[in-house]
Write a protein that binds this ligand. Structure first.
Ligand code: JB3
Length: 211
């Protein structure tokens, strides 16, 4: 077996624990622990991993890569960009049970959770979350810092722009575009494009704010 990569997880909330579990399940990844503002360094944490310190301690921890494991899109984007600028290696955490077509492009720092499916021709850009059991069907584009929540499904040729959130259990019919930083509510059915910054809810989804 080749050498393992030592990975620091940025954040220590629920999402960070799921990312830790994914890294433990992957070949070649060795999660070292969490860097966050929560708790004293050395505090024992979940999955046998501890808090290593706050952001200032990252330089003193010997590591090969980091994952920003924070659900909030804006905060995850800010930390991702800071860490890239600092020369960090942003690695993707992809659960072994995810089914990803051979030609799919997966960007830096993505989290692809258990049971997710990404079909042929799709592109998953940097720092995106495909949460548990989500589906991204063929030729879809999921922009950087976006989040496809658990059990949400994108049909073919869907575009989800930068930092947009498709909520838990929502569905998007083929070819629709979800604008930058838009939010699609839980269980919504998107049959029309959603403008940048809008919040859309319901079946069929209607814009309730932001446009
Ligand atoms: O719905 C699902 C399946 N998952 C949700 C996920 C997508 O988002 C989950 O239920 C939560 O709603 C949310 O998870 P997350 O991001 O883990 O939220 P929370 O438990 O609030 O944890 C946020 C973490 O970010 C905490 O550990 C904070 O200390 C950390 N944090 C905030 N600002 C930071 C910073 N960590 C670092 N290193 N630097 C910061 O500036």
């Amino acid at each position: 077996m080749g050498e393992e990569m030592n990975i620091v997880i940025i954040g220590s909330g629920g999402h960070a624990r799921v990312v830790a579990d994914i890294l433990l399940a992957m070949d070649g990844m060795n999660p070292l622990g969490f860097v966050s503002g929560d708790g004293e360094a050395g505090t024992p944490g979940p999955l046998g991993l501890s808090i290593l310190g706050d952001d200032g301690s990252l330089d003193s921890i010997e590591h090969d890569g980091v994952v920003v494991a924070i659900g909030d899109n804006a905060l995850r984007q800010r930390l991702f960009e800071q860490l890239c600028a600092a020369g960090e290696n942003l690695v993707a955490a992809v659960h072994p049970s995810a089914i990803i077509a051979a030609d799919v492009v997966v960007g830096k720092g993505c989290m692809i959770s258990a049971g997710s499916i990404v079909n042929t021709g799709s592109r998953i850009m940097d720092n995106t979350i495909l949460n548990t059991g989500s589906v991204v069907d063929h030729d879809s584009n999921v922009g950087p810092h976006a989040h496809i929540a658990p059990n949400a499904a994108l049909a073919g040729n869907v575009t989800v722009a930068e930092a947009a959130l498709v909520g838990i259990g929502a569905n998007v019919i083929p070819g629709r575009i979800i604008g930058k930083r838009a939010v699609v509510g839980a269980g919504a059915a998107v049959i029309r494009d959603i403008p940048e910054g809008a919040v859309a809810v319901g079946v069929p989804a209607r814009v309730v704010s932001g446009s």
